[in-house]
Structures are given as structure tokens and as C-alpha cells.
Ligand binder design. Sequence first.
Ligand code: ZN
Length: 288
Amino acid sequence: MKKRFFQYCLLLLPVLFILAGLWFLTELDFKNSPGQKIAVNKSSVPEQELLNQPVREKTASQPAVISRPAPRPKPDSTDPGLIAIYRVDTPEKVVALTFDISWGARVPGPVMDILREHGVKSTFFLSGPWAVKYPELARRLVQEGHEIASHGHRHIDLDKEARSTVRQEIITAHQDLQKATGQTPGLIRTPNGAYNQMVLQVARELNYRVIQWSVDSLDWKKPGQEAIIQRVLDNVHPGAIILMHASDTCTQTPSALPRVLSGLKERGYRLVTVSELLQMGPAKNTKY
Ligand SMILES: [Zn+2]
């Protein structure tokens, strides 16, 4: 009996040995996989530091810091602060007019001219690559007192992307916008307005608030300037965030804009930037 037990033990030994070997190999593979290495490097840079410091050119001489990522805080879906902002709850007749720009240099100039004539400051959500391509237009926005915000890097639905991709898209746009405008944006309108809880969390980790809209001009559909004007004026309400576009595809925006502005003024509305609007009441995550 004892002899048989000993034989079993002898048989088990190589099995244990093979298992230990396999475990060692998977560990080694995990540490050396390129994807993991990038993720480890990125999260070793403190977010705060990354966003608050002026953009510096990456140099090859910078040593790569390799350490294990700190465990992420567990998502808290009940966190009331973690919302996409559609409007602000205020009885005051005040609204924020916002423009998204992703491409083109023909429409932004006329839009800026009209806003200047009306003495209106707006919030412009800029795609990073647009600001890089047209830094003179991006700087003009700053010079004329408009607020610079982010419209992300690639124009992709962030809710369909991995957390690490979302993070990288926001950081890349942030660095491009800082470089092009000298501003440090803290508001983002995600491309196509697409977001989920993860996107909201990543945005907040990077010191961003996610801004949607409560009044959609649908100007990008080019429904005619009358339709654009009526959509805005029929739906405007105190605390509204109004969505318009100043990309080159939105050719009807400049012709509709003067009457949008005068119509809002006639109805007693004052126009401010989104950041100013956020000071005037609690942010709401619903349109109404
Ligand atoms: Zn867009």
C-alpha cells in the first residue's frame, strides 16, 4: 500500500512540474505583450500632471517608466456627479450657443464674423486635428473671446471603443488643442454625442465635463436657413445649450446665424459660454 502511494506521488511530480512551467510562461508572456506594455506606461503618468502641464515634445531620451498600474477605482454608476450635461437649471433667460468644428476653413471665419458683429461669445468644440491644421483660425477664436472646448481626436463613437482608446483620444485632442490655442480645455462634446458610463468616467479622470445639448439646430442636415432658425427659436428655453456646427459641410449655418442671434435677443435671451452657463445653476442630464 505504501509502495503504491509512493508510485502515485512519483507520477504526480512531473505533472506539477509541467503546470508550474506553464504558469511561468503565461506570466512572462503577459509582461512582454506590447499592448500591455503601452497600457502600463500610460497609466504610470499621473493624469493631473499630464493635463495641467504645458505640452512638451516627446523626446527619445525620456526614460520609459515601467511599473504595474494602480488598481482603478470601481465604477460607481450611482454617482450623481457623473453625468453628461444637456442644460442648466436656471429661471434666467440665458443660453449657451455652441459650435462643433471638425473640418474645413471656409465656414468658421464667417461664423466668427457674425458673432463678433453681435458681440456674442460662444463655446467652440474643436476636433484636435482641425486645430492642428488651422491654428490661425483656432487662435482667432481665442483672440475674439470664445471658449475653446474639445470635440475629441478622431470623429468616432467613443462608447464603442475600449477604455484605453477613449483615454488616448481625449488626451491626444487635449494636447493638440493646448498646442494650437494655448488654452486648457475642460469641456468635451464627444463625437456624434456618443457616450456611456465608461466615457463619462474617463472624461472625469482627465478633468473633463461631457457636454451634450438641449436644443439641436440640425444645421448639419442643411434643411434650409428658415428651418434652422425656427428649430432654435421654437425650442429655446432658459439654461439651454444650443447645438450648431461650423464645419465646412454646414454651409447654411452662416446664413441662418444672424437671425438666430437677433431672434434670441428679441425673446430676451442673453448668450454666454458653456462654462459661464454652468455657473448659473445645477447641470442637468436631461433635455427637459
Ligand atoms: Zn462632430
